[in-house]
Design a protein around this ligand. Structure first.
Ligand code: FES
Length: 106
């Protein structure tokens, strides 16, 4: 298990143990964390699982692929550390990962 720390836009924090192989998005949805809608279920086609990766973790989560990069062009309030949480697969190395939710997903 890896502990993923989800921080809602208003500041509420959720520390969730997520099994390796699950996505960061699935860890949130499975545990009722608000702020990640994931309307496409992880198909990289909705952009409603947008999160901001804590600066200390940006390099550790790996690079986004072309499809994700394209989808991120259409999300609200994108920043350089924006990612789609459905495209980040949890590994033991991501234990302690901090992600913050944007003010809105749509
Ligand atoms: Fe739709 Fe991530 S869940 S793009």
């Amino acid at each position: 298990m890896a502990k993923i720390i989800y921080i809602e836009h208003q500041g509420a924090e959720h520390e969730i143990d997520v099994a390796p192989g699950r996505s960061v998005m699935q860890g949130a949805v499975d545990n009722g964390v608000l702020g990640i809608l994931a309307e496409c279920g992880g198909a990289c086609s909705c952009g409603t699982c947008h999160v901001y990766i804590d600066p200390a973790w940006v390099d550790k989560v790996g690079a986004k692929n072309v499809a994700e990069a394209g989808m991120l062009e259409d999300v609200c309030a994108a920043k350089p550390n924006s990612r789609l949480s459905c495209q980040i697969i949890v590994t033991d190395e991501l234990d302690g990962l901090i992600v913050r939710m944007p003010e809105k997903q749509i």
